[in-house]
Design a protein around this ligand. Structure first.
Ligand code: DOR
Ligand code: ZN
Length: 430
Protein backbone atom coordinates (compact mmCIF):
# COMPACT_ATOMS: atom_id res chain seq x y z
CA UNK A 1 0.00 0.00 0.00
CA UNK A 2 1.24 3.47 -0.88
CA UNK A 3 1.64 5.93 1.97
CA UNK A 4 -0.95 8.76 1.99
CA UNK A 5 1.60 11.56 2.00
CA UNK A 6 5.36 12.00 1.61
CA UNK A 7 7.01 15.27 2.54
CA UNK A 8 10.24 15.36 0.52
CA UNK A 9 13.35 17.51 1.05
CA UNK A 10 12.16 18.33 4.54
CA UNK A 11 14.21 20.11 7.21
CA UNK A 12 12.73 19.31 10.61
CA UNK A 13 13.71 19.44 14.28
CA UNK A 14 14.64 15.95 15.45
CA UNK A 15 16.41 15.05 18.70
CA UNK A 16 17.54 18.61 19.41
CA UNK A 17 18.82 19.50 15.98
CA UNK A 18 17.56 20.41 12.54
CA UNK A 19 17.85 17.35 10.33
CA UNK A 20 17.11 16.75 6.66
CA UNK A 21 15.13 13.94 5.09
CA UNK A 22 11.68 12.69 4.17
CA UNK A 23 8.58 12.31 6.31
CA UNK A 24 6.30 9.43 5.35
CA UNK A 25 2.70 9.58 6.54
CA UNK A 26 -0.05 6.95 6.55
CA UNK A 27 -3.43 6.79 8.34
CA UNK A 28 -2.75 10.06 10.15
CA UNK A 29 0.61 8.95 11.61
CA UNK A 30 4.26 9.57 10.81
CA UNK A 31 5.26 6.04 9.85
CA UNK A 32 8.83 6.70 8.75
CA UNK A 33 11.57 9.33 8.83
CA UNK A 34 14.40 8.61 6.42
CA UNK A 35 17.03 10.22 4.22
CA UNK A 36 15.26 9.21 1.01
CA UNK A 37 12.07 7.16 0.67
CA UNK A 38 12.13 4.82 -2.31
CA UNK A 39 8.52 4.64 -3.32
CA UNK A 40 5.51 6.64 -4.35
CA UNK A 41 2.88 8.31 -2.25
CA UNK A 42 -0.75 9.31 -2.85
CA UNK A 43 0.37 12.90 -2.35
CA UNK A 44 3.81 14.51 -2.35
CA UNK A 45 4.79 17.83 -0.79
CA UNK A 46 8.14 19.29 -1.74
CA UNK A 47 9.36 21.16 1.32
CA UNK A 48 12.69 22.41 0.00
CA UNK A 49 13.70 25.73 1.56
CA UNK A 50 10.94 25.27 4.16
CA UNK A 51 11.03 23.92 7.72
CA UNK A 52 8.57 21.30 8.94
CA UNK A 53 7.64 21.89 12.57
CA UNK A 54 5.53 19.75 14.88
CA UNK A 55 2.06 21.35 14.72
CA UNK A 56 1.59 24.04 17.34
CA UNK A 57 -0.47 23.14 20.41
CA UNK A 58 -2.09 26.34 21.68
CA UNK A 59 -3.12 25.69 25.28
CA UNK A 60 -5.03 28.96 25.75
CA UNK A 61 -7.79 29.63 23.24
CA UNK A 62 -11.29 31.07 23.60
CA UNK A 63 -13.27 29.44 20.79
CA UNK A 64 -16.56 30.76 22.31
CA UNK A 65 -19.36 29.33 20.07
CA UNK A 66 -22.69 28.43 21.83
CA UNK A 67 -24.37 31.72 22.86
CA UNK A 68 -21.33 33.76 21.80
CA UNK A 69 -21.00 32.33 18.30
CA UNK A 70 -21.27 35.90 16.98
CA UNK A 71 -17.72 36.45 18.37
CA UNK A 72 -16.32 33.11 17.17
CA UNK A 73 -17.48 29.56 16.55
CA UNK A 74 -15.73 26.20 16.38
CA UNK A 75 -15.37 26.46 12.62
CA UNK A 76 -14.04 30.03 12.34
CA UNK A 77 -11.84 29.63 15.44
CA UNK A 78 -10.26 26.42 14.19
CA UNK A 79 -9.82 27.92 10.69
CA UNK A 80 -7.92 30.75 12.40
CA UNK A 81 -5.84 28.10 14.20
CA UNK A 82 -5.05 26.25 10.95
CA UNK A 83 -4.14 29.53 9.23
CA UNK A 84 -1.74 30.26 12.11
CA UNK A 85 -0.05 26.84 11.97
CA UNK A 86 -1.85 25.59 15.09
CA UNK A 87 -2.98 21.95 14.91
CA UNK A 88 -4.43 21.53 18.41
CA UNK A 89 -6.25 24.10 20.56
CA UNK A 90 -7.36 23.84 24.16
CA UNK A 91 -10.63 25.72 24.57
CA UNK A 92 -11.27 27.88 27.65
CA UNK A 93 -14.41 27.37 29.78
CA UNK A 94 -15.55 31.00 30.39
CA UNK A 95 -18.23 30.50 27.77
CA UNK A 96 -21.93 31.29 27.74
CA UNK A 97 -23.28 28.95 29.12
CA UNK A 98 -20.43 28.34 31.55
CA UNK A 99 -18.52 25.09 31.06
CA UNK A 100 -18.81 23.41 34.44
CA UNK A 101 -20.74 20.18 33.92
CA UNK A 102 -20.47 16.92 32.01
CA UNK A 103 -23.64 17.92 30.14
CA UNK A 104 -21.99 21.06 28.67
CA UNK A 105 -18.76 19.21 27.88
CA UNK A 106 -20.72 16.52 26.03
CA UNK A 107 -22.55 19.23 24.06
CA UNK A 108 -19.32 21.08 23.21
CA UNK A 109 -17.61 17.87 22.07
CA UNK A 110 -20.60 17.00 19.89
CA UNK A 111 -20.79 20.40 18.15
CA UNK A 112 -17.01 20.82 17.81
CA UNK A 113 -16.54 17.34 16.33
CA UNK A 114 -18.73 18.41 13.42
CA UNK A 115 -17.20 21.86 12.88
CA UNK A 116 -13.50 21.81 13.85
CA UNK A 117 -10.70 21.67 11.27
CA UNK A 118 -7.98 21.24 13.92
CA UNK A 119 -7.96 19.11 17.08
CA UNK A 120 -9.78 20.55 20.09
CA UNK A 121 -9.57 19.71 23.79
CA UNK A 122 -11.76 21.30 26.47
CA UNK A 123 -11.10 22.93 29.83
CA UNK A 124 -13.82 22.91 32.48
CA UNK A 125 -14.44 25.26 35.36
CA UNK A 126 -14.70 23.62 38.77
CA UNK A 127 -18.21 22.13 39.01
CA UNK A 128 -20.60 23.13 41.80
CA UNK A 129 -19.72 20.05 43.84
CA UNK A 130 -16.17 18.62 44.13
CA UNK A 131 -17.58 15.09 43.67
CA UNK A 132 -18.63 16.03 40.12
CA UNK A 133 -14.95 16.41 39.14
CA UNK A 134 -14.85 12.67 38.60
CA UNK A 135 -17.63 12.75 35.99
CA UNK A 136 -15.91 15.64 34.17
CA UNK A 137 -12.62 13.74 34.26
CA UNK A 138 -14.40 10.77 32.68
CA UNK A 139 -15.50 13.06 29.85
CA UNK A 140 -11.79 13.60 29.14
CA UNK A 141 -11.54 17.32 30.00
CA UNK A 142 -7.92 18.37 29.57
CA UNK A 143 -7.81 20.37 32.79
CA UNK A 144 -9.74 22.61 35.18
CA UNK A 145 -9.42 26.38 34.94
CA UNK A 146 -9.68 28.70 37.92
CA UNK A 147 -10.41 32.42 37.62
CA UNK A 148 -9.99 35.25 40.14
CA UNK A 149 -13.67 34.82 41.21
CA UNK A 150 -12.73 31.37 42.52
CA UNK A 151 -10.51 33.06 45.09
CA UNK A 152 -13.68 34.50 46.67
CA UNK A 153 -14.31 30.93 47.87
CA UNK A 154 -12.90 29.99 51.25
CA UNK A 155 -9.38 28.60 51.13
CA UNK A 156 -10.64 25.27 52.52
CA UNK A 157 -13.04 24.84 49.61
CA UNK A 158 -10.23 25.63 47.15
CA UNK A 159 -8.22 22.86 48.83
CA UNK A 160 -11.09 20.40 48.45
CA UNK A 161 -11.37 21.13 44.69
CA UNK A 162 -7.60 20.86 44.17
CA UNK A 163 -7.62 17.59 46.10
CA UNK A 164 -10.42 16.20 43.89
CA UNK A 165 -8.57 17.33 40.73
CA UNK A 166 -5.37 15.63 41.93
CA UNK A 167 -7.26 12.43 42.83
CA UNK A 168 -8.51 12.33 39.23
CA UNK A 169 -5.04 13.12 37.83
CA UNK A 170 -6.25 16.46 36.48
CA UNK A 171 -4.19 19.58 36.09
CA UNK A 172 -5.50 22.94 37.34
CA UNK A 173 -4.73 25.99 35.17
CA UNK A 174 -5.03 29.35 36.92
CA UNK A 175 -5.60 32.93 35.76
CA UNK A 176 -3.29 34.54 38.31
CA UNK A 177 -5.12 37.67 39.36
CA UNK A 178 -7.26 38.55 42.41
CA UNK A 179 -10.99 39.38 42.46
CA UNK A 180 -10.96 43.20 42.31
CA UNK A 181 -13.51 46.02 42.38
CA UNK A 182 -13.28 47.16 38.75
CA UNK A 183 -13.46 50.87 39.53
CA UNK A 184 -11.28 52.30 36.76
CA UNK A 185 -12.05 54.65 33.91
CA UNK A 186 -8.59 55.19 32.36
CA UNK A 187 -5.79 52.82 31.31
CA UNK A 188 -3.66 54.39 34.05
CA UNK A 189 -6.19 53.47 36.76
CA UNK A 190 -6.58 49.99 35.21
CA UNK A 191 -2.81 49.48 35.56
CA UNK A 192 -2.87 50.75 39.15
CA UNK A 193 -5.54 48.17 39.98
CA UNK A 194 -4.27 45.13 38.02
CA UNK A 195 -0.67 45.43 39.18
CA UNK A 196 2.07 42.88 38.66
CA UNK A 197 2.15 42.53 42.44
CA UNK A 198 -1.49 41.35 42.36
CA UNK A 199 -0.46 38.68 39.87
CA UNK A 200 2.34 37.42 42.11
CA UNK A 201 0.07 37.25 45.17
CA UNK A 202 -2.49 35.28 43.14
CA UNK A 203 0.21 32.93 41.83
CA UNK A 204 1.26 32.23 45.42
CA UNK A 205 -2.35 31.81 46.51
CA UNK A 206 -2.88 29.05 43.92
CA UNK A 207 0.50 27.43 44.51
CA UNK A 208 -0.26 26.83 48.17
CA UNK A 209 -3.22 24.40 47.72
CA UNK A 210 -1.46 22.82 44.71
CA UNK A 211 1.59 21.95 46.83
CA UNK A 212 -0.52 20.77 49.78
CA UNK A 213 -2.65 18.46 47.59
CA UNK A 214 0.15 17.51 45.14
CA UNK A 215 -1.97 18.81 42.26
CA UNK A 216 -0.37 19.76 38.94
CA UNK A 217 -0.65 23.56 38.47
CA UNK A 218 -0.24 25.63 35.31
CA UNK A 219 -0.12 29.43 35.60
CA UNK A 220 -1.66 31.08 32.54
CA UNK A 221 -0.19 34.20 30.90
CA UNK A 222 2.33 35.36 33.47
CA UNK A 223 3.49 38.93 32.94
CA UNK A 224 5.79 40.12 35.66
CA UNK A 225 9.37 39.94 36.82
CA UNK A 226 8.18 39.12 40.38
CA UNK A 227 6.12 36.17 39.15
CA UNK A 228 9.05 34.85 37.10
CA UNK A 229 11.22 34.92 40.25
CA UNK A 230 8.58 33.09 42.28
CA UNK A 231 8.03 30.46 39.56
CA UNK A 232 11.78 29.90 39.25
CA UNK A 233 12.11 29.29 43.02
CA UNK A 234 8.91 27.23 43.31
CA UNK A 235 9.89 24.92 40.45
CA UNK A 236 12.95 23.73 42.38
CA UNK A 237 10.75 22.27 45.13
CA UNK A 238 7.49 21.71 43.21
CA UNK A 239 8.10 20.17 39.77
CA UNK A 240 4.35 19.96 39.08
CA UNK A 241 4.37 23.72 38.34
CA UNK A 242 4.41 25.14 34.80
CA UNK A 243 3.51 28.46 33.20
CA UNK A 244 2.89 30.25 29.91
CA UNK A 245 3.44 33.65 28.31
CA UNK A 246 1.59 35.32 25.42
CA UNK A 247 3.16 37.10 22.45
CA UNK A 248 1.35 40.33 23.43
CA UNK A 249 2.95 40.36 26.88
CA UNK A 250 6.34 39.75 25.23
CA UNK A 251 5.95 42.44 22.58
CA UNK A 252 3.65 45.26 23.75
CA UNK A 253 4.20 47.68 26.62
CA UNK A 254 2.01 49.38 29.21
CA UNK A 255 3.16 52.72 27.73
CA UNK A 256 1.42 51.73 24.49
CA UNK A 257 -1.70 50.79 26.48
CA UNK A 258 -1.70 54.22 28.19
CA UNK A 259 -1.44 55.89 24.77
CA UNK A 260 -3.83 53.77 22.75
CA UNK A 261 -6.38 52.61 25.35
CA UNK A 262 -9.21 50.22 24.41
CA UNK A 263 -7.61 48.32 21.48
CA UNK A 264 -4.77 47.25 23.80
CA UNK A 265 -6.97 46.38 26.79
CA UNK A 266 -6.27 42.83 27.97
CA UNK A 267 -6.20 40.92 31.24
CA UNK A 268 -3.67 40.66 32.72
CA UNK A 269 -2.57 44.08 31.39
CA UNK A 270 0.53 44.84 29.36
CA UNK A 271 3.55 45.56 31.52
CA UNK A 272 6.75 47.62 31.79
CA UNK A 273 9.90 47.20 29.69
CA UNK A 274 11.62 45.75 32.76
CA UNK A 275 8.96 43.04 33.12
CA UNK A 276 9.18 42.28 29.39
CA UNK A 277 12.94 41.83 29.66
CA UNK A 278 12.43 39.34 32.49
CA UNK A 279 9.81 37.44 30.44
CA UNK A 280 12.21 37.09 27.48
CA UNK A 281 14.96 35.82 29.73
CA UNK A 282 12.57 33.33 31.33
CA UNK A 283 11.19 31.99 28.05
CA UNK A 284 14.73 31.53 26.74
CA UNK A 285 15.80 29.72 29.91
CA UNK A 286 12.70 27.50 29.98
CA UNK A 287 11.52 28.95 33.30
CA UNK A 288 8.44 29.92 31.30
CA UNK A 289 7.49 26.65 29.64
CA UNK A 290 4.96 27.56 26.97
CA UNK A 291 3.94 30.30 24.53
CA UNK A 292 0.14 30.47 24.15
CA UNK A 293 -2.00 32.99 22.28
CA UNK A 294 -4.90 33.65 24.71
CA UNK A 295 -6.93 34.08 21.50
CA UNK A 296 -9.84 36.18 22.85
CA UNK A 297 -12.11 37.16 19.95
CA UNK A 298 -14.43 40.17 20.35
CA UNK A 299 -16.32 42.24 17.82
CA UNK A 300 -15.02 45.72 16.92
CA UNK A 301 -18.16 47.26 18.44
CA UNK A 302 -17.19 45.66 21.77
CA UNK A 303 -13.57 46.91 21.63
CA UNK A 304 -13.72 50.35 20.04
CA UNK A 305 -15.65 51.99 22.87
CA UNK A 306 -14.72 53.91 26.07
CA UNK A 307 -11.98 52.14 27.99
CA UNK A 308 -13.97 51.06 31.05
CA UNK A 309 -16.64 49.34 28.93
CA UNK A 310 -14.32 47.88 26.27
CA UNK A 311 -13.95 44.09 26.19
CA UNK A 312 -10.50 42.84 27.16
CA UNK A 313 -8.42 40.60 24.94
CA UNK A 314 -7.95 40.21 21.20
CA UNK A 315 -7.53 37.39 18.68
CA UNK A 316 -4.08 35.79 18.53
CA UNK A 317 -4.24 32.48 16.68
CA UNK A 318 -3.24 33.99 13.34
CA UNK A 319 -0.48 36.25 14.66
CA UNK A 320 1.36 34.13 17.26
CA UNK A 321 3.57 32.10 14.91
CA UNK A 322 4.51 34.91 12.45
CA UNK A 323 5.28 37.24 15.40
CA UNK A 324 7.47 34.67 17.14
CA UNK A 325 9.21 33.64 13.89
CA UNK A 326 10.02 37.33 13.43
CA UNK A 327 11.67 37.28 16.86
CA UNK A 328 13.53 34.08 15.86
CA UNK A 329 14.83 35.89 12.78
CA UNK A 330 15.95 38.76 15.03
CA UNK A 331 17.90 36.26 17.17
CA UNK A 332 15.78 36.77 20.30
CA UNK A 333 14.92 33.06 20.63
CA UNK A 334 16.19 29.80 19.11
CA UNK A 335 14.18 27.48 16.88
CA UNK A 336 14.69 24.64 19.36
CA UNK A 337 13.26 26.66 22.22
CA UNK A 338 10.32 27.82 20.09
CA UNK A 339 9.46 24.24 19.09
CA UNK A 340 9.69 23.26 22.74
CA UNK A 341 7.45 26.14 23.88
CA UNK A 342 4.89 25.75 21.08
CA UNK A 343 4.61 21.96 20.85
CA UNK A 344 6.74 19.67 23.02
CA UNK A 345 6.12 21.23 26.43
CA UNK A 346 2.36 21.75 25.85
CA UNK A 347 2.03 18.05 24.92
CA UNK A 348 4.02 16.99 28.01
CA UNK A 349 2.28 19.32 30.47
CA UNK A 350 -1.25 18.49 29.28
CA UNK A 351 -0.36 14.79 28.69
CA UNK A 352 -1.47 14.87 25.05
CA UNK A 353 0.07 11.63 23.87
CA UNK A 354 1.60 11.16 20.40
CA UNK A 355 1.74 14.86 19.66
CA UNK A 356 4.30 17.67 19.92
CA UNK A 357 7.19 16.06 18.01
CA UNK A 358 8.20 15.12 14.49
CA UNK A 359 9.03 11.46 15.05
CA UNK A 360 8.01 7.98 13.98
CA UNK A 361 4.77 6.84 15.61
CA UNK A 362 3.65 10.41 16.34
CA UNK A 363 0.45 11.90 14.92
CA UNK A 364 1.02 13.66 11.60
CA UNK A 365 0.18 17.14 12.93
CA UNK A 366 2.70 19.32 11.12
CA UNK A 367 3.25 22.97 10.25
CA UNK A 368 5.38 23.79 7.25
CA UNK A 369 6.85 27.26 7.50
CA UNK A 370 8.63 29.57 5.12
CA UNK A 371 11.23 30.82 7.58
CA UNK A 372 12.16 34.06 5.79
CA UNK A 373 8.86 35.04 4.16
CA UNK A 374 8.03 38.71 4.68
CA UNK A 375 4.41 39.55 5.40
CA UNK A 376 2.23 42.12 7.15
CA UNK A 377 -0.47 41.57 9.77
CA UNK A 378 -3.81 42.36 8.15
CA UNK A 379 -6.77 41.66 10.46
CA UNK A 380 -9.26 42.16 7.60
CA UNK A 381 -7.89 38.87 6.17
CA UNK A 382 -8.27 36.86 9.41
CA UNK A 383 -10.38 33.70 9.37
CA UNK A 384 -11.40 34.62 12.93
CA UNK A 385 -14.64 36.60 13.23
CA UNK A 386 -12.63 39.17 15.21
CA UNK A 387 -11.10 41.29 12.46
CA UNK A 388 -8.83 43.29 14.74
CA UNK A 389 -5.36 43.06 16.23
CA UNK A 390 -3.04 45.22 18.34
CA UNK A 391 -0.38 44.14 15.83
CA UNK A 392 -2.23 45.51 12.80
CA UNK A 393 0.30 46.66 10.17
CA UNK A 394 3.31 44.98 11.85
CA UNK A 395 5.80 43.55 9.38
CA UNK A 396 6.62 39.89 10.01
CA UNK A 397 9.37 37.55 8.81
CA UNK A 398 8.50 33.83 8.80
CA UNK A 399 5.12 32.40 7.91
CA UNK A 400 3.13 29.16 8.15
CA UNK A 401 2.47 27.93 4.64
CA UNK A 402 0.88 24.48 5.07
CA UNK A 403 -0.87 23.02 8.11
CA UNK A 404 -1.40 19.26 8.31
CA UNK A 405 -3.77 17.75 10.88
CA UNK A 406 -3.89 13.96 11.36
CA UNK A 407 -2.13 13.54 7.99
CA UNK A 408 -4.62 15.77 6.13
CA UNK A 409 -3.63 19.12 4.61
CA UNK A 410 -6.06 21.61 6.17
CA UNK A 411 -4.41 24.91 5.23
CA UNK A 412 -2.38 25.82 2.19
CA UNK A 413 -1.16 29.39 1.51
CA UNK A 414 -3.75 30.87 3.86
CA UNK A 415 -6.69 28.94 2.37
CA UNK A 416 -8.63 26.31 4.33
CA UNK A 417 -8.73 23.23 2.13
CA UNK A 418 -10.25 20.56 4.41
CA UNK A 419 -13.89 20.10 5.38
CA UNK A 420 -15.45 20.89 8.75
CA UNK A 421 -14.99 17.95 11.11
CA UNK A 422 -11.41 17.14 10.01
CA UNK A 423 -10.14 17.94 13.53
CA UNK A 424 -10.51 15.41 16.34
CA UNK A 425 -11.65 15.88 19.90
CA UNK A 426 -8.79 15.47 22.37
CA UNK A 427 -9.77 13.59 25.50
CA UNK A 428 -7.32 13.05 28.32
CA UNK A 429 -8.34 10.00 30.27
CA UNK A 430 -5.11 8.85 31.87
O1 DOR B 1 -8.24 39.70 28.24
C1 DOR B 1 -8.78 38.64 28.49
N1 DOR B 1 -9.82 38.18 27.75
N2 DOR B 1 -8.34 37.92 29.52
C2 DOR B 1 -9.01 36.85 29.96
O2 DOR B 1 -8.57 36.23 30.88
C3 DOR B 1 -10.27 36.42 29.32
C4 DOR B 1 -10.31 36.86 27.92
C5 DOR B 1 -11.67 36.69 27.28
O3 DOR B 1 -12.33 35.67 27.53
O4 DOR B 1 -12.08 37.55 26.49
ZN1 ZN C 1 -7.86 33.64 28.37
Amino acid sequence: MQPDLIIRNAKFPWRNRLTEGEIVISSGKIIKLCKSFQGRGEKIINASRKIVLPGLIDVHVHLRDLNQAYKEDYYTGTCAAAAGGVTTVLDMPNTNPRTNSAKIIKMKKHIASKKAVVNVGFFSLFPNKPDDIRELAREGVVAFKVYPEDLRETSSSLHIFFEAAAANRKLVAAHPELPLQETYTSPHQFLQLHTSFVETIAALTYTEPAIKTNCQLHLCHITSEFTVEIVKKMKTCFPLLSCEVTPHHLLLTQDALEKEGSPLKVLPPLRSKRDIKALWKAINQGIIDVVASDHAPHQKAEKEIPFCEAASGFPGLETTLPLMLTQLNKGRITLQRLVDAFSERPAQIFRITNKGKVDEGYDADLTIIEPKKIDKIKPENFHSKAKLSPFEGWKTKGKPEITIVNGIVVMEQGEIVAPQGTGRIIEINK
